[in-house]
Design a protein around this ligand. Structure first.
Ligand SMILES: [Zn+2]
Length: 159
């Protein structure tokens, strides 16, 4: 009986180890049962497999994309520093450009930004009000003391 358990535990450990190796190499296959039944042999076979070519390629593509994105970001930052502006469509325009390629002008964007800030402020206020009501409900059912409620209220309104 004890031996069976030892064999099972060994199988499971080998299964997970083999699976971990195979995933590390970028394969999507399930090697757990290979490891479970063949133990150290499956482990060696898994370890001997080359890195999955598709993963290597994907990593390269990802690295390239990252590099491209970084470069764009650096360009954007430079443009913003030089008094450029960011359009609603996400495009960054140099300071001498008054109208974005999407048709929005710099003034449109400024107005849009202001409106959005206002909306966010309002949303924050209603959120605080909602929280306050929740605290009030907690106070009413005795889950909060008067002092605790007062402290929460002060905290919320001071924000
Ligand atoms: Zn635009």
């Amino acid at each position: 009986m004890g031996q069976i358990i030892i064999v099972l535990v060994y199988g499971v450990i080998m299964g997970f180890a083999t699976q971990a190796i195979i995933e590390n190499k970028g394969y999507k296959d399930n090697w757990f049962w290979w490891g479970f039944f063949f133990g150290i042999i499956a482990l060696i076979v898994a370890a001997a497999r080359p890195q999955c070519a598709a993963t290597i390629e994907m990593n390269e593509v990802l690295a390239e994309e990252r590099e491209k994105k970084n470069e764009l970001k650096r360009k954007d930052e430079r443009m913003l520093q030089e008094d450029g502006w960011k359009c609603i469509c996400g495009k960054l325009n140099a300071s001498y450009i008054g109208t974005c390629s999407c048709g929005r002008t710099r003034a449109d964007v400024e107005e849009f930004k202001k409106k959005k800030e206002q909306e966010q402020k309002q949303a924050g206020e209603s959120e605080r009000l909602k929280q306050l009501q929740q605290y009030k409900a907690l106070l009413d059912c005795g889950a909060l003391t008067e002092e605790e409620f007062a402290a929460k209220k002060k905290q919320l309104l001071n924000l």
